[in-house]
Design a protein around this ligand. Structure first.
Ligand SMILES: Cc1cc2nc3c(=O)[nH]c(=O)nc-3n(C[C@H](O)[C@H](O)[C@H](O)COP(=O)(O)OP(=O)(O)OC[C@H]3O[C@@H](n4cnc5c(N)ncnc54)[C@H](O)[C@@H]3O)c2cc1C
Ligand SMILES: NC(=O)c1ccc[n+]([C@@H]2O[C@H](COP(=O)([O-])OP(=O)(O)OC[C@H]3O[C@@H](n4cnc5c(N)ncnc54)[C@H](OP(=O)(O)O)[C@@H]3O)[C@@H](O)[C@H]2O)c1
Ligand SMILES: Cc1cc2nc3c(=O)[nH]c(=O)nc-3n(C[C@H](O)[C@H](O)[C@H](O)COP(=O)(O)O)c2cc1C
Length: 580
């Protein structure tokens, strides 16, 4: 019997195409799995090319290669950072997995290949068969932009798309399974049947442990504010992983499932035009609308996709004009600082029941936090450094969902659901003798506390240099005693502190870097690795610009050569960023 393959809801197909493709792939796999010798014939070469900022695409690419190896394929795993682009026109089968970062930008590791491919002189790619899995998050206006650009450009250059791009909205498991099965079947139906059925068994096996799908109910051991009196609030949180069998390395992040604030949920329910009953959740259970809005659905920041759906049930002329104008600036202006509660109260919609109402909402997503501890220093524990997001907008006091869950809403017996997010793209050098420079203002300190603990416990000989910054030394010197302890015991060779508001002129970490440019350049010549963590939108860009300045001033490089030097550092994994 033929089992149709499910095509993900966000795959860009019409209902007819969807049905045809689903049946076609199901038929191919079924007929191929009936064959006795699927491994016969020459093996199929497949180049899996990934670009990842925080490890998700890399993890999927590795999984895909592992699956392909089980069949008559000859897969090769390639990071865009180090991929030899001259190979591109000669590839037979190319599978790209990439995420999107910043404002619709490629991950750091994809920048060079992306720029080269988009430029006028890019070569013809006739003869290359390809497909793209594009990771993203539809709450960003430029949803899956990088994958879209690779996909479009490859087709423009003559490559043959064997399966339409799949855009992943946050949760990759299901779309990855569908995409990988489909592309494998299309590359070789016979070999594909063998490996994809094997992969299903493997996935079932993997699911026995705690994971994003099955988070571990953790215990919070410690939770306190690191700041003194003032507007900043940054919590140090210690969580026990005892009994979970979860393990991590420094550089990894912890995923944590939050709950929405009950008072806002009650206000939403009171503002709805129907009587609250039971509603379905994404896991198929039926729960009360209140429970669903606390634990299962996103009631936080609104975006274009939600407003488009909301507008269809609301008579608001303003929302209609917003949708019709479809202007990026107008969307951004309207969405900034507004949450679901603003739509409920100010743009009422005529949903008839809870089921219809929750159908327009997105699933409540876990948040990632860079792990601030070394497992060697704190076995069985994971420590976090969380900036609490609070602001006033449109006449209402608001808070970030997860950060205020951690600061305000945890009760003694709360067991937050957690899982590990391995960030293979943010690792200490394997050789402990390599010097490292770390730039982590604000909560960006988190992974560097972990790095320093790790380098101390492992008695690594490589020198360590940290740039930290925050508004005021008196109130915002996070982990002051520990950092000074690292200086005292020699773990931290240099500690440079940028107190942005302790004087009239702002002083930021990049100002200190430029001042110390000659020394930083010397460290680079000695093979140092350079790490940045924290704010992506401003700080990380300014730090990048400071590096360019240093390469020009102290390396005596031209603009182009300085840019090439920085690009090479990224390629060599000596310039790594964990920015958000
Ligand atoms: C790999 C990775 C590692 C991370 N590590 C850390 C870490 O170590 N520590 C840490 O604190 N965070 C970290 N983050 C960020 C973290 O995941 C969350 O995004 C953060 O805690 C905010 O989540 P929230 O649920 O509290 O806020 P949300 O409910 O997601 O709300 C945040 C949103 O509120 C809106 N907003 C915020 N301020 C204002 C304002 N003044 N006016 C109007 N609107 C505003 C913005 O739209 C903003 O995007 C990391 C993120 C990633 C991806
Ligand atoms: N995704 C989220 O919703 C979320 C959650 C937590 C944090 N964040 C963001 O992540 C960032 C980190 O927050 P945080 O509290 O850890 O610290 P932060 O707001 O980044 O502040 C840390 C220090 O960096 C300074 N700074 C500001 N602009 C800078 C720039 N262009 N270059 C270098 N330094 C700069 C700040 O100075 P001044 O403030 O004096 O200018 C402060 O001294 C913030 O932008 C924050 O909004 C986002
Ligand atoms: C700071 C930041 C910026 C992002 N920008 C975008 C974006 O512009 N468009 C998008 O679709 N997704 C965006 N994302 C979502 C990521 O693409 C998504 O989380 C992806 O799964 C990450 O994969 P990776 O771990 O392989 O890098 C962003 C995520 C972060 C943390």
């Amino acid at each position: 019997m033929v089992s149709p393959i499910k095509i993900p809801d966000n795959a860009p197909f019409s209902p007819e195409q969807r049905q045809w493709l689903s049946e076609f792939l199901g038929t191919m796999l079924a007929s191929a799995s009936g064959g006795a010798a699927p491994q016969a014939g020459p093996s199929v070469p497949v180049t899996v090319l990934f670009a990842s900022q925080t490890g998700t695409a890399e993890g999927l690419a590795k999984k895909l290669v592992k699956t392909l190896k089980k069949g008559n394929f000859e897969p090769s795993l390639n990071d865009m950072a180090t991929y030899d682009r001259e190979r591109l026109p000669k590839e037979e089968n190319l599978l790209i997995i990439t995420s999107t970062y910043g404002d619709g930008e490629p991950p750091d590791t994809a920048l060079e290949l992306h720029t080269w491919l988009m430029a006028d002189g890019a070569p013809s790619l006739e003869g290359v068969s390809y497909s793209v899995l594009s990771l993203g998050d539809s709450s960003y206006p430029d949803f899956c932009q990088c994958g879209t650009e690779f996909d479009t450009r490859l087709a423009e250059l003559g490559a043959k798309r064997i399966y339409d791009r799949v855009d992943v909205d946050v949760d990759p498991d299901e779309p990855y399974a569908v995409w990988s099965k489909a592309v494998i079947a299309l590359l070789s139906p016979a070999a594909g049947a063998v490996v994809t059925s094997g992969a299903a068994d493997e996935e079932e096996h993997e699911e026995t442990g705690f994971s994003k799908k099955k988070p571990f109910p953790s215990s919070v051991l410690k939770n306190h504010n690191l700041n003194g009196p003032g507007p900043k609030e940054t919590h140090h949180i210690e969580i026990s992983l005892e009994g979970s069998e979860l393990s991590y390395e420094v550089g990894d992040a912890l995923g944590l499932y939050p709950e929405n604030p009950e008072d806002v949920v009650d206000e939403i329910i009171a503002g709805l035009p129907f009587k609250a009953g039971e509603v379905p959740t994404s896991t198929g259970e039926e729960v009360s609308l209140r429970e669903a809005l606390i634990r299962h659905y996103d009631i936080g920041n609104i975006n274009k996709s939600l407003i488009e759906k909301w507008q269809k049930r609301s008579g608001s002329p303003y929302l209609r004009s917003l949708v019709e104008a479809d202007d990026r600036k107008q969307w951004d202006d309207f969405c900034w600082g507004r949450d679901l509660i603003d739509l409920v109260l100010n743009y009422p919609a005529d949903f008839t029941d809870g089921e219809e109402f929750v159908s327009v909402l997105k699933k409540l997503q876990p948040r990632l936090y860079s792990i601030a501890s070394s497992p060697k220093a704190h076995p069985g524990e994971v420590h976090l450094c969380v900036g609490i997001v609070r602001y006033d907008s449109h006449g209402r006091k608001r808070g970030g969902i997860c950060s205020t869950y951690l600061s305000d809403r945890l009760k003694d017996d709360t067991k937050p659901g957690v899982y590990l997010h391995h960030n293979l793209a943010f690792r200490l050098p394997a050789d402990g003798n390599v010097p490292v420079i770390m730039v982590g203002p604000g909560t960006g300190i988190a992974p560097f506390r972990a790095f320093l603990e790790e380098r101390k416990v492992t008695e690594s000989k490589g020198a360590n240099w940290l740039f930290f910054g925050n508004p005021h030394s008196a109130t915002d010197y996070l982990y002051k005693d520990e950092l000074e302890g690292f200086v005292a015991d020699g773990t931290l060779g240099r500690l440079d502190l940028a107190w942005s508001r302790d004087q009239k002129e702002k002083v930021y970490v990049q100002n200190l870097m430029v001042k110390e440019g000659a020394e930083i350049w010397k460290w680079f010549q000695e093979g140092a690795a350079f790490y940045v963590c924290g704010d992506a939108s401003r700080m990380a860009k300014d730090v990048d610009a400071a590096l360019l300045t240093i390469a020009k001033e102290h390396g005596k490089l031209s603009d182009d050569d300085a840019a090439a030097y920085i690009a090479q550092l990224k390629k060599d994994k000596r310039y790594l960023r964990d920015v958000y």
